[in-house]
Design a binder for this molecule. Structure first.
Ligand SMILES: [Zn+2]
Length: 317
């Protein structure tokens, strides 16, 4: 299975900054040590044209050339630097490459070791998200699919990060070809939610069983409402009980079960998946890395089954 990374672009953050920049490097080291079947590749930067499929030229230009206002930088949560701009482009590039491997190359599953920047909207970033990787990759895959096959590609975004995917919801609010599902903490950031196609709000302290039941019900609804040809899975480790920001109480085992259910549901329907890691702010950063690694192991297991069974849609391409 292919996975793409951009962790060599470490941001110069002020001392005591809440963002766990180091987790990405640790995750890649764990993948190298424990998952030899995952082929790691560096992410290419998304181009201005690719970003403009979702973001306004003004915003793309402001990020590229350091023209973000102080307010805009505060809302993103990172001070601007050339590295911040480059990392943001590469994070989108990694999701594009994962989607292309999963869908266009017919591999079924591929991963971004970062990404899931779902708070970014067309004209602004927010909550550690500069550009919206899944949204840009979704529009680009629709264009590539249509160019090659003259057929419409329907897409679902399954966002299980503990925070609502408000940026993705807003971007696709009037687009019937992209279905947005977000399962998130009702009381968590963002405090003003956007309407996804399907939102499931969970109370503080939600535990394993009700969470997995809510996931099953939401996936059932999703399959009734759209037949996607591609899924973006925004995995998120921040629903874990050890997370500083999550407010939910999910065990590592339940999160691994969550991942297995998402990948199984997609594979049995022949739907390729591009998965991104998204949030994770563990009191113990290694616990967060464990959850992300489990997501990648579930992705790999699904990819191996795709390769073995020659899933039906592979021939469509
Ligand atoms: Zn989050």
């Amino acid at each position: 299975m292919q996975a793409f990374y951009a962790d060599q672009f470490v941001l110069p953050l002020p001392e005591g900054h809440a963002f766990p920049m180091g987790k990405y490097e640790r995750l890649r080291a764990r993948v190298l040590a424990e998952c030899p079947s995952i082929r790691l590749g560096p992410a290419l930067p998304a181009s201005d044209g690719e970003l403009a499929l979702v973001h306004t030229p003004r915003y793309v230009d402001a990020v590229a050339h350091g023209l973000l206002s102080a307010t805009e930088q505060r809302e993103i949560g990172f001070p601007w630097s050339p590295r911040m701009a480059e990392r943001a482009r590469r994070s989108v590039g990694a999701t594009i490459s994962a989607a292309r491997a999963a869908l266009i190359d017919g591999e079924g599953v591929a991963a971004n070791l970062a990404g899931g920047t779902h708070h970014a909207q067309t004209d602004k970033g927010s909550g550690y998200c500069v550009f919206n990787d899944a949204a840009v990759a979704a529009r680009l895959m629709q264009a590539e699919w249509h160019r090659g096959r003259r057929r419409l590609l329907r897409i679902a975004v399954i966002d299980l990060d503990v925070h609502q995917g408000n940026g993705t919801a807003a971007i696709f609010s009037d687009d019937e070809t992209v279905f947005t599902l977000s399962i998130h903490g009702a009381k968590n950031f963002p405090f003003r939610k956007q309407a996804s196609d399907l939102d499931v709000e969970l109370p503080d302290g939600c535990t394993d069983e009700p969470y997995l039941a809510a996931l099953d019900a939401a996936l059932d609804t999703l399959w009734h409402r759209i037949e996607p040809g591609l899924v973006f899975y925004v995995a998120g480790a921040d629903a874990h009980e050890g997370d500083r920001l999550g407010r939910l109480k999910l065990s590592s085992a339940a999160l691994a079960e969550r991942d297995r259910r998402v990948f199984d549901a997609c594979r049995t329907r022949g739907i390729p998946v591009a998965v991104s890691m998204a949030g994770g702010y563990g009191r113990d950063i290694d616990a967060t890395v464990d959850v992300h690694l489990n997501t990648l192991k579930a992705a790999l297991a699904s990819w191996q089954r795709w390769a073995a069974t020659d899933s039906p849609r592979r021939h469509v391409a």
